[in-house]
Design a protein around this ligand. Structure first.
Ligand code: ADP
Ligand code: ASP
Ligand code: MG
Length: 411
């Protein structure tokens, strides 16, 4: 007997036909004694549609004052898909029950729209499995100490599934999606992207953090925490996908870079002409932190030698531009800055790979590919295993392809 957790993303359950297809597939793969938990996302673009609905009330629905109501709204998406999938199983003769985030015991922090899982008490899940039912669990949602629904950030069903697999000590965790594995770049952007058989948690986490939306970054961290291999594979074919695990078991570790990631949901802020004094950067970033706004790339540069003023430039997630603007304009006024500029037409392209540690020339190779494509770099940032460049959004596709061709030449 095995206990298996399978997660199906929005495109896999986009219609009732697809929901029936998922139910059939799960039953075909199920051995008689298996206990099965299926985690699902909302149908198709439901979450985006719900956000658009909220924009009909206010075009900035991600303001922190709305975040509780946003969660109340967004959690409805998964409630629809779990009910339909449980009905699909029953129609096929398989006892099944749908459970919300609260019913699976998914306890989260109270920071709405960006909740963190604090603990899972899967007693109800185990009880239903022991009765011979398939449990269909809502992804993306949990409940806080006040009993309010909280969502886990976009793409959060991946994290629900991996965390549930950890809490249940499941024998396997499969993430079914509309691609048949993890590729060296988003296959929608790079035609020649290469499928990987394996990738480490470390590298996948960096790819995901830098925009590879196939897995939510937090889900990879949770997988690493529980040391659960995560199998990312296609809903629509039987081909083996990619295993995310602690270390390589095959020869794949030879690559200098594993992949190219990109992120379009970025906005650049520049606070121009602030005093070049201790404590100024602290004032700016403390104000953003107090407003719960994550900052990504940061650059501070001296304007010119005559004046003792600097520009502070940084990026934030596009959803938080309105909130960040209000915070930054307040700080800029207090610091008597010369002005604030905001550019939403930017994007970030990154290369990722543990092999670049100690390998000279990797950055030069990336910048060379961008130079030949005449893509201007606005900000560069690095981590131990990645290099990122902020560029104009309309050059993103060309940039991703140029960098990919440089590191993974077509043979
Ligand atoms: P789901 O709805 O199943 O959660 P997502 O849309 O969240 O699916 O994630 C799957 C998508 O991730 C793919 O369609 C693909 O375009 C995108 N993606 C981005 N980077 C990669 C990558 N490196 N490898 C595979 N897919 C990627
Ligand atoms: N439905 C949620 C979203 O669109 C969660 C998920 O798909 O993982 O972000
Ligand atoms: Mg997803």
């Amino acid at each position: 007997m095995a206990l298996v957790v399978k997660k199906f993303g929005g495109s896999s359950v986009a219609s009732t036909d697809k929901i029936l297809n998922v139910a059939n597939r799960v039953l075909n793969d199920k051995h008689p004694d298996d206990q099965v938990v299926v985690v699902v996302s909302a149908m198709g673009d439901t979450t985006d549609d719900l956000i658009s609905l909220a924009q009909g009330i206010d075009d900035q629905p991600y303001k922190s004052s709305y975040s509780r109501e946003m969660d109340m709204l967004l959690t409805t998406g998964e409630q629809v898909s779990i009910a339909l999938l449980a009905m699909a199983f029953q129609k096929l003769g398989q006892p099944a029950i749908s459970l919300t985030g609260s019913q699976i015991g998914m306890h989260t922090s109270s920071n709405h729209t960006k909740g963190r899982i604090l603990s899972i008490d899967p007693a109800r899940v185990i009880h239903e499995l022991d009765k011979g039912k398939i449990v269909v669990a809502a992804g993306f949602q949990g409940i806080d100490k006040h009993g309010d629904p909280v969502t886990l950030g976009r793409g959060g069903s991946d994290t629900s599934a991996v965390a549930l697999a950890g809490a249940l000590k499941a024998d396997s965790c499969e993430i079914f999606t509309d691609v048949d594995g993890i590729y060296s770049a988003d296959p929608r952007i790079v035609k020649g992207a290469r499928k990987m058989r394996e990738i480490t948690y470390y590298e996948m986490l960096e790819m995901a953090r830098l925009g590879a939306g196939v897995m939510q970054p937090r889900s990879v961290e949770v997988g690493q925490h529980f040391n659960i291999p995560i199998h990312v594979r296609s809903t629509f074919t039987d081909t083996p996908g990619t295993i995310i695990r602690e270390d390589y078991t095959m020869e794949e570790q030879g690559f200098i870079i594993r992949g190219v990631a990109h992120d379009e949901k970025v906005a650049k802020f520049a606070i121009l002409g602030v005093p070049n004094q201790p404590g100024v950067a602290h004032k700016v970033f403390a104000a953003l932190s107090d407003a719960n706004i994550d900052v990504d790339m940061i650059v501070q540069s001296i304007r010119n030698v005559e004046q003792d003023i600097t520009d502070i430039i940084f990026t934030v997630e596009q959803n938080y531009v309105a909130e960040a603007k209000a915070v930054i304009e307040g700080v800029a006024q207090k610091l008597r800055a010369l002005g604030v500029e905001i550019d939403e037409d930017v994007a970030k392209v990154s290369i990722v790979g543990a092999g670049m540690l100690g390998a000279p020339g990797v950055a030069a190779k990336m910048f060379g590919a961008l130079a030949r494509e005449k893509v201007n770099i606005e900000i560069i940032s690095t981590s131990e295993i990645s290099i990122s460049c902020l560029i104009k959004a309309d050059r993103l596709r060309a940039a991703v392809n140029a960098i990919h061709n440089e590191f993974f030449p077509i043979d």
